[in-house]
Design a protein around this ligand. Structure first.
Ligand SMILES: Nc1ncnc2c1ncn2[C@@H]1O[C@H](COP(=O)(O)OP(=O)(O)OP(=O)(O)O)[C@@H](O)[C@H]1O
Ligand SMILES: Nc1ncnc2c1ncn2[C@@H]1O[C@H](COP(=O)(O)OP(=O)(O)OP(=O)(O)O)[C@@H](O)[C@H]1O
Ligand SMILES: [Mg+2]
Ligand SMILES: [Mg+2]
Lengths: 266, 266
């Protein structure tokens, strides 16, 4: 049974695709067979990153790790209920296919509440929600009282996860491990950072996720997109590491360790 | 005839809602009557920012500028074609209502290709596309050759804008003024910044937008979300300005000037 990891957050630009790509690199480096699905059917950022990687490998004659990918189409049926039934079949088939040959399946979700995204959230053994260090992003997890800072109640993305958990429980599957990580953290902005950090810690207990070490804002996390490379590939590519790269690599290691994935070192 | 300004970018987290809010504050300060629509029907970040502003004004007994808001519902009809026809009616009614009483209409779009978003793009007199300083974000505007840096062709969001332009031309409306602005710019990362900047300048001529001054990454653009305030409100609130605030205010001024909006000073 492959372990399904989903990157999800209805909030756009929180770092789902970036996290999916770097997790893929980390897991593949340990020799595991990884399957991948990209449910952001129009942008396909995660699959674009992987296509770029494949093209770079071909161009340079190198042997870079790649996942087994299955792309999905949106249903074109006019009736909404029939369209969802069709998508449910396609999604289930894709998971079954990857499950047969992979130890991990990485599914990147769109910044939207699509039906495929809902299916992925219910299929996740590990659900990873990256979030910007921002009260604007936080607003999709929970409403906060502007005067006291107290959490007033869950917001639309928390509710979406809750629905997925109910579906999962109804199907008799073990509970999802929901982890939230802060992304694009600044080294400054101490006050806003602490405010968001405290809010995320309090909310963790209330809505049932755990907070894990995340990523700083570092251009190394995005500047090699066109070649499909991550900083984990750099040593093999013969690059010298800067201090920022060493710190970035530690951030990835800390995340992987905190995820407690089955069979993984660190 | 109200001047319609749309913040659009299918890429999530590019800064559409942040730009919409700060533009609202800048336009309202000049005494214009502003209408607003938020087409991100689930997240409604722009409307949440405005609700927070309204609540803050009530709490503190202040008189803060607010736009005339019209919220839309998604159609619940099961047939896709009928649902779009219904949404088209609701959208057109909302625009007509705001047009009757406002000089500017601000429409914030979701990070997705929804039908309402397509209608907004065709209705825009000014279309503002914020974008992160990132080749990952750039990928939704155009494909780039990883070796030469040349633009290979338009990508899904450019195509969406092109479709909207055709609809607009077919309706006999004057051409949209499409402006792109860089958002969340870092003061460092010189090489990646130049690479993305050059790419955006070359693409401007090819797909028909103009590049305008954008925003740096500054926590002031997001830390007052819970009170619905922007830095433009701070002087009235009795705050002292830091160097970063002065620079941020200049960024907003430079953007407003570059937009060449009808009837506006600066
Ligand atoms: N830790 C980081 N450091 C630097 N840049 C980052 C980091 N994480 C993400 N980015 C950049 O931020 C932007 C958004 O990231 P990404 O595309 O991974 O988010 P997403 O949640 O997948 O967005 P969407 O909702 O559109 O799918 C991209 O330009 C990406 O390159
Ligand atoms: N110039 C800026 N400086 C600091 N933070 C910013 C800036 N612009 C945007 N942000 C933050 O970046 C995140 C994304 O911004 P925003 O929500 O405005 O983007 P969006 O395009 O509306 O996203 P979505 O696609 O989800 O609608 C938010 O956390 C916001 O507070
Ligand atoms: Mg993504
Ligand atoms: Mg938004």
């Amino acid at each position: 049974m492959a372990h399904v990891i989903v990157t999800g957050n209805e909030k756009g630009g929180s770092g789902k695709s970036t996290t999916a790509m770097h997790l893929f690199a980390a897991i593949a480096r340990q020799g595991f067979r990884v399957g991948a699905m990209d449910l952001d059917l129009r942008q396909t950022t995660f699959f674009r990153y992987l296509e770029n990687r494949e093209a770079f490998a071909r161009r340079t004659g190198q042997d870079l790790s790649l996942p087994e990918r299955i792309g999905l189409q949106p249903s074109t049926l006019r009736d909404r209920v029939e369209a969802e039934a069709e998508e449910e079949r396609w999604f289930t088939q894709a998971i079954a296919t990857l499950d047969a040959s992979c130890e991990f399946i990485l599914i990147d979700c769109p910044g939207a509440d699509s039906f495929y995204s809902q299916m992925a959230h219910a299929s996740a053994d590990t659900l990873i929600t990256p979030i910007n260090d921002s009260l604007v992003d936080f607003d999709l997890l929970a409403r906060m009282d502007p005067e006291t800072g107290r959490v007033l109640g869950p917001s639309i993305y928390s509710e979406m996860v809750w629905q997925a958990r109910r579906l999962r429980a109804g199907a008799g599957l073990k509970p999802v491990d929901w982890v939230v990580l802060r992304n694009r953290m600044s080294h400054i902005d101490a006050r806003n950072k602490r405010k968001v950090g405290d809010a995320l810690e309090h909310l963790a207990r209330r809505i049932g996720y755990r907070l894990v070490p995340g990523f700083s804002e570092r251009v190394i996390f995005r500047e090699m997109f066109l070649n499909g490379l991550t900083l984990l590939d750099l040593r093999d590519q013969g690059f010298a590491f800067s201090m920022s790269h060493v710190a970035a690599r530690q951030e990835i290691r800390d995340l992987v360790r905190a995820l407690n994935l089955p069979g993984m070192a660190e």
